[in-house]
Design a protein around this ligand. Sequence first.
Ligand SMILES: [Zn+2]
Length: 261
Amino acid sequence: MNKRMKYALINGHKQEASPSLRGICQFCEAIVIAKCGKIKAWHWAHKSKKECDHWWENETEWHRDWKNLFPQDWQEIIHFDELGEKHIADVKTNRDWVIEFQHSYLKEEERNSRNTFYNKLVWVVDGRRRERDSKQFFSSIQDGQCLSNTPFVHEVDLDNSRLIKEWSSSKHPVFFDFGEESELWYLPPVVNNNWRYVYSFSRSDFVSLLKDSAIDQEDKFWGVLSGITSSLVSWHNNKLQRIKNQRRAMMRPRNRYKRRL
Ligand SMILES: [Zn+2]
């Protein structure tokens, strides 16, 4: 498939498509042609069907809207790992967070190879691509256990939601986007047998935490995520302790009863 992108190089400078321009793909250096129609957002398309970055997912409006929330020079960034392998990141922040906006389905091996390639990766997953996902996701919350109302945190059985199950082994943070005006749903990388936690996360906080972390200050986004992880871990440990105590309490009366006999 011909890969579509928002940016291409013209005289070495990153530029958006405008009518009758030709540019160079920043990734594979092939010629790309500006496509400036009325239906799709203006973009660059490869002239030939040459294989570009095979990880690159064609830009949808959903991708474009997300990318546009971040500064232009953070969008469509070539990222190299230590071995020299390269891929295009949708967004890479000044704190080296790579944000991947995932619309299409990714096989587990592909998810894993990206999880390994990037050190600081955040997934934003389009929860509206498959029809049943959002219904299933929200009913799994209904069936789960509420840990807190503000912020809204729920413990959910991962077998009740295909989307959660697919993303449940990610070692990097995952955010589901169901198109709600103000909320994203954070799936923290905290494992608890068959249970996972979902955390309602303000859309605007997500963007501002990633955008407004000055280099000389602490990484705000990381700070918030670590806080969530440690509160979930301690909540989980308290729960285990409660279960233990309940078991002990259940043992006691029976013993007394036996003695009286
Ligand atoms: Zn290319």
